[in-house]
Design a binder for this molecule. Structure first.
Ligand SMILES: [Zn+2]
Length: 424
């Protein structure tokens, strides 16, 4: 059954085509070649966005007034640090009225549900979604040397209101509907679709393609048609990459790092050294204690300005890249894999999963997860008054014992207290 609304009228379809063409024109016209050009574009967009946020989005009016911040305090990009950070809790706690710009153009409500089902919601301009799509298309264009591949296939999360669902809906402008398939299909059904369409291009997620590749390896099946694979939303680990390359020997893999809040944040470099270039023509990226802080310059409905809720550890690379791009880069999200928790049943849990799960627990002032051995994982909790004992044990997807403490000290000689420590 088709998950999308009825096919719109031809008028709307042609309106969508012109929106996409307009977004492509804008992206093409924005070819930036120097660091100074990036800073100029960012400064211009930031001043427009932050005045708009302060003047018409209640969330920011209240937040900035309470913090004593006014957009007129900014004189250059160097003043970025004066802007108060926006946390995930603030975004979650805000009402839809507080999140809505009074002067925003047509927008979609995007929701992403957390592990306990508390949705995080925001509005995204349709024009920013078109820009997101245009940027992705330009990326594929670069990766396929300007010669579009035939027969695309998309395995997408069709959770209602998810950004992927909205993008899939927009994709119907250029892709036949039967090529947009839900990831809820069985692995065998997806493999049959690959056989049926013989795509040269697939867009999906690492976990979905891992299942497909694992089943194909077991069946002794290989695919020589696939040329380009776009993977997003999850970290692609080395084992999965190797497995995919084995089953699809002629494929090139392009990864993008995206989120509901930040849109397109980074994409893999064509020079092939596994760095991901930050989308610095449409956003501003910083790290604070190695956590990525993002500002999305494309969305005026619920502006995302200095958002610290991504929970992604990374280090920004300034050094010039062999591909010639002036955009800085991150080397994957190495922080996540360096702090994985390995269980005796063979499961490997990424820090991202644990940090996200911890976002759902209320009443925690500070915490630290310590893996002493495969069977012994402890969490230190500095509780607030509202903390309900043992609630972390229910929230985390691993067996863990809780210890209530007054404070968590850094190791001797260090000044940071890592949230996850593995002694394995
Ligand atoms: Zn590069």
């Amino acid at each position: 059954m088709c998950p999308f609304p009825e096919r719109e009228s031809l008028d709307l379809l042609s309106e969508r085509r012109s929106s996409l063409l307009h977004a492509l024109d804008t992206s093409l016209g924005q070819k930036i070649t120097t660091t100074q050009e990036i800073r100029d574009v960012q400064w211009l967009a930031l001043t427009k966005l932050i005045h708009h946020a302060y003047e018409s989005v209640p969330l920011y009016q209240k937040k900035y007034d309470a913090a004593g911040f006014h957009p007129s305090m900014l004189h250059s990009l160097d003043d970025l640090c004066l802007i108060p950070l926006l946390t995930k809790q603030e975004l979650r706690a805000a009402s839809l009225d507080d999140l809505t710009s009074q002067h925003a153009p047509a927008a979609r409500l995007i929701a992403s549900s957390g592990s306990t089902g508390i949705p995080s919601r925001m509005f995204r301009d349709e024009s920013s979604l078109w820009q997101f799509m245009a940027a992705n298309m330009m990326l594929y264009h670069d990766w396929c040397h300007g010669r579009p591949y035939e027969e695309a296939l998309y395995f997408v999360d069709f959770a209602p209101d998810s950004i992927d669902f909205v993008i899939a809906d927009f994709l119907r402008t250029i892709v036949p509907e039967d090529r947009l398939l839900p990831v809820t299909l069985s692995t065998q059904e997806m493999i049959e679709k690959i056989r049926e369409f013989s795509p040269q291009f697939i867009s999906s997620y690492p976990s979905t393609m891992r299942s497909i590749a694992m089943t194909m390896v077991r069946n002794g099946e290989f695919n020589h048609q696939l040329r380009l694979l776009h993977l997003t939303s999850e970290k692609l680990d080395g084992n999965t990459r190797d497995l995919i390359q084995r089953v699809f020997p002629h494929v090139r893999i392009v990864e993008t790092y995206t989120s509901s809040e930040g849109g397109l944040i980074a994409w893999s470099c064509t020079a092939g050294d596994h760095r991901l270039h930050l989308s610095e023509n449409s956003g501003i990226y910083e790290t604070i204690d190695h956590i990525l802080v993002i500002t999305d310059l494309t969305n005026f409905s619920t502006p995302i300005i200095r958002y610290s809720g991504m929970n992604d550890f990374c280090t920004i690379i300034d050094s010039p890249c062999a591909c010639g791009s002036p955009m800085r880069a991150i080397r994957g999200l190495e922080g996540r894999s360096a702090e994985t928790i390995s269980l005796s049943d063979g499961r490997v849990i990424s820090p991202y999963v644990l940090l996200n799960a911890m976002e759902e627990v209320t009443g925690v002032l500070h915490y630290q997860i310590i893996q002493h051995s495969r069977d012994d994982i402890e969490i230190l909790i500095v509780p607030a008054e509202s903390y309900i004992p043992a609630s972390v044990c229910k929230a985390l997807p691993i067996p863990i014992r809780e210890k209530i403490v007054d404070q968590i000290k850094p190791k001797a000689g260090a000044h940071k207290v890592p949230l996850i420590v593995s002694h394995l």
